[in-house]
Design a protein around this ligand. Structure first.
Ligand code: PMV
Length: 307
């Protein structure tokens, strides 16, 4: 029975703004969702959630993926799906995209289709549409291809060689779970309410991503960190933050990170910080002492693959 894994991600710059066609930079990280698929009765089992009722909302993305694979590759719909995810759910680390991508990949293998990564990303995207309505596509792109990615709706560039040495990313989990679709809708609504000012904030976010790209090219980690914190300020302005995110951003900066921001949809979920390796370890230890779940993450350069 084919089994595939796909990585989770952190967004370094540009979440939310990316939904409206502005650029973003994301990194696939070494936390994985694994999905195995075998021909048989249509059933879904999750190691974390147990059996999933095919008529429940949770099953919708999987049904959509099956439907798309049936339509494009004649795969049929009779498969048993086994999901095991090590990516925290509702935290901003792209767990749903990693599940949809690993499912699509193992399903296309189980059905014997000849397919490309582009096919996997496109079909998984349709599953993502069922999860939160208006996804930008960055999450399924990162889960499919891996690496450091500059993304703009519909196209992307790998930036792996620009990943700076001598710094690490710390993830701190607020432990607050939220629904990406709800936060995305609220942020879009706020943009409309703010009118011209909303437009200016989105333009600023687009400019910030281009400056981050320049900082990556120049290997200027101090500037990169500063831009991350500015990005957090823009996300706060758009209503994507919560006091727990702001608190952890301040805490990471106070502990010596070059920069920190919420990552993903926000209003809970995770905060990321950029720091020298020794400093990163000290930040993790201090946050853990304070009862916050914190860890360092490593890049994943491979994206989805069979196990
Ligand atoms: O919180 P997550 O992992 O679902 O990431 C959402 C990222 C957004 O930019 C807010 C939405 C999107 O589709 O890009």
């Amino acid at each position: 029975m084919p089994c595939s894994i796909a990585p989770g991600k952190v967004i370094l710059f540009g979440e939310h703004f990316v939904v409206e066609g502005y650029p973003a930079i994301g990194l696939a990280v070494g936390l994985y969702a694994s999905t195995c698929v075998e021909k048989g009765e249509f059933k879904i089992y999750s190691r974390q959630l147990g059996p999933i009722d095919p008529s429940s909302p949770l099953a919708k993305p999987f049904l959509r993926v099956l439907e798309e694979a049936a339509r494009e590759f004649n795969c049929g719909r009779d498969y048993t799906i086994y999901i095991d995810s090590g990516i925290p759910v509702g935290a901003g680390m792209g767990s749903s995209a990693a599940v949809n991508v690993s499912l699509t990949h193992s399903l296309l293998h189980a059905c014997g289709a000849g397919f490309t990564r582009e096919d996997v990303s496109r079909i998984a995207y349709m599953g993502e549409v069922e999860v939160h309505g208006k996804p930008s596509g960055i999450d399924n792109t990162l889960a499919t291809y891996g690496g450091l990615v500059y993304y703009k709706r519909g196209s992307f560039k790998r930036l792996d060689t620009l990943l700076p040495e001598g710094v690490e990313l710390v993830v701190a989990d607020t432990g607050v779970k939220r629904d990406t679709g709800v936060v995305v809708r609220d942020v879009l609504e706020k943009r409309r309410r703010l009118g011209r000012l909303g437009g200016i904030l989105y333009e600023a976010a687009g400019e910030l991503v281009e400056e981050a790209l320049a900082a990556l090219r120049e290997r200027d980690v101090v500037r990169l960190g500063e831009l991350m914190t500015v990005n957090h300020g823009l996300l706060f302005s758009m209503g994507a933050s919560a006091w727990v995110n702001d608190y952890l951003v301040h805490r990471m900066l106070g502990l010596g990170a070059y920069g920190a921001k919420l990552s993903g949809a926000g209003r809970g979920g995770i905060v990321i910080g950029l720091a020298e390796p020794a400093r990163a370890q000290a930040i993790v230890e201090e946050l853990e002492r304070e009862g916050v779940k914190a860890y360092r993450v490593k890049p994943d350069y491979e994206g989805v693959r069979l196990t």
